[in-house]
Design a protein around this ligand. Structure first.
Ligand code: GRF
Length: 215
């Protein structure tokens, strides 16, 4: 069976990368990580790739005069390795509409809120300030606008009285580590289709979590 060739783009810690690495090690998992790419040479996640024996590369945005040149360098790394799907996992550079279009429906992201609510940074602070009772994470196809695009999978977690941003982030991160591999599996199995602005999934994954995969 040929496995979907995946690149994971990171900027920092890489805990979602680690969850994806572990998933891809599961016998029969339909995807393999062929490249881990960071814009930040100091990203801790690069070490996780090395430890797992996965090829990694750094494309430091500070080495390029403009965004197009930076993205052309990323693009050529991806093409050189035959990447079929790009997973953003804490990648902290905004991508241009050109790049997003080139990888349309082959580029996914995880965001730590129940999109379309709470796009952007400082998510957990804003969730707590709003008094929301639920938050969670969303895996979605990337579109030109930040944290926008067809939703593949979501997991909801409760917001507890007395939560601070760190406690809520940790609870959501735990959900992210299940949600991202589950979304990758669905895509790699060819069960995800983009229909207009929405995603159709032919079977929802079995799970005890509050997953939502719009049909
Ligand atoms: C995660 O919370 C992810 O949702 C967000 O950035 C964070 C990355 O964490 N996009 P890690 O580097 O995967 O640990």
């Amino acid at each position: 069976m040929s496995r979907l060739k995946v690149a994971v783009l990171i900027s920092g810690r890489g805990s979602n990368l680690q969850a994806l690495i572990e998933a891809c090690r599961t016998p029969g998992f339909p995807a393999e990580i062929v490249l881990v790419l960071s814009n930040n040479p100091a990203a801790a996640g690069l070490r996780l790739a090395t430890d797992a024996g996965i090829q990694s590369a750094t494309v430091d945005h500070r080495d390029f005069s403009d965004r197009d040149a930076f993205e052309a360098a990323i693009d050529s790394q991806l093409r050189d390795r035959g990447v079929e799907l790009v997973c953003l996992a804490g990648f902290m550079r905004l991508l241009t509409p050109d790049f997003v279009d080139r990888w349309r429906d082959h580029l996914i992201n995880i965001h730590p809120s129940l999109l379309p609510a709470f796009k952007g940074l400082d998510t957990h602070e804003r969730v707590l300030a709003a008094g929301a009772r639920l938050s969670g994470c969303t895996v979605h196809f990337v579109r030109a606008d930040m944290d926008d695009g067809p939703i593949i999978l979501q997991a909801a977690v409760p917001v507890h009285d007395g939560d601070d941003p760190g406690a809520l982030a940790a609870r959501i991160l735990n959900a992210e580590h299940r949600c991202y591999p589950a979304a990758l599996r669905l895509i790699a199995e060819g069960r995800v289709k983009v229909v207009g602005d929405r995603v159709a999934v032919d079977t929802a994954p079995a799970s005890g979590m509050l997953f939502s995969a719009p049909a």
